[in-house]
Design a protein around this ligand. Sequence first.
Ligand code: TYM
Length: 334
Amino acid sequence: MQRPQTSHDRMRIFSGIQPTGTLHIGNYFGAIRNWVALQDDYDCIYSIVDYHAITAPFKPDKLRRRSHDLALDLLACGIDPERSTIFIQSAIPEHAELCWIFSAITSFGDLSRMTQFKEKSQETDFISAGLFIYPILQAADILLYRAQRVPVGEDQLQHLELSRRIARRFNSRFGDFFPEIEPIVGKGARIMSLANPSRKMSKSDGEAHYIGVMEDARSIHKKIRSAVTDIGPTPAQGMSEGVANLFQILELTGESDLYQEMQAEFVAGTLRYSNLKEIVFQTLMEVLAPIQKQRAQLAAEGQIEKILSAGAEKARVIAKENIRTIRRMVGLAV
Ligand code: TYM
C-alpha cells in the first residue's frame, strides 16, 4: 500500500482527553499510546478538552494549570507537535458553537441513554445541563474537523455511536457534509482498577485505583503489590479479574516472552502472584521511566505555551472554515 504524501490525502484523526485528575496507565494504554502510533500515517488533531472538564465540579485556578500540565504529559508520551496538532479546546470557541447547533438535532431520549451520564450524575449533587449534553460537545469536537477516525478506549464507544447518529442526521437535514466516524480501539481499551478490578481504572475513584504515568516508582510498586488478585472466580474456574488485569498490563508492556512464561505458570498452577506482580512492576517501569524523564526535560524547556498556541492556530484555520460552511448550510448568519 502506498503511503499518503500530504495532509490532504491523509485521513484525519481527532481525539481528546479531559484535564481532570492524573494521566493514568488506562489513558496511556487505552488511548495515548495509539495517538502516538497514528501520527505517521494520519493527519492527527489532539485536544485537551477543558470545556468538557467544567461540566463536573472544578476549581478555576487549577484548571488552566492542569491543561498545561496535561499537555506536557502528552508530549512526554510521544505526541510530536511537528507531526500532530495539539491544542486546548477552549482556544477554539467554535467547538461550543457547533455543540449548540448539534443540540438542535439531538434527541433528549438519545442523551438519556448515555451510561456515562447515568454513572456520573450519581457521583454529584449538582447535575449540570452541561454534563447531560457532554456527548454533543464530543460530537462537535470530532466533526468540527470532519475527522474520520477517533482513537479511544472502550468507555467512549457509546458516545461515538451518538456522534455518528448526529452526523447522519445533520447530513440528511442539511446536505452531505460530515464523514462517517469510525473508532480506533486498541488492545488496552479497558484497563481495570487495581483495587477493584471489576471497575475500569479511572481518575475519579481515588488514588488506590489507578497508576499515574508520572507517579514515582515506589508508589507504583506499593500499588501493584497490593493489587487485588483474589476476587472473582478461582483459578480452577479460570482467571480472576484482578489477575487478568495484571496479565493485560504485562502484555501491553511488550514483554511477550515473560508474558508467555507467566501464562504457562498460571496454567500449570505454579504461578506465585507476588512474582507476577514484581514482573509487572519492573516491565511497567521500563515503559514509564523514559516518559517520566522526558517529562522533566520538557518542563525545563518551558516551551509549552508556545506549542499550544501554535497548535490552536493550526486548528483554528480548519474550524473557522468548516463552521462558516455549516452556518451557511443551516441558514444562520454568515
Ligand atoms: P477521558 O479524559 O476520560 O479519557 C481519555 C482517553 O482515555 C481512555 N481511557 C481508558 N482506556 C482504557 N482503560 C481505561 N481504564 C481508560 N480510562 C480512560 C478513554 O477512553 C479516552 O479515550 N469524553 C472523553 C474526551 C473527549 C473525546 C472527544 C474523545 C472529548 N471530546 C472527542 C474522543 C473524541 C473523555 O472524557 O475521555
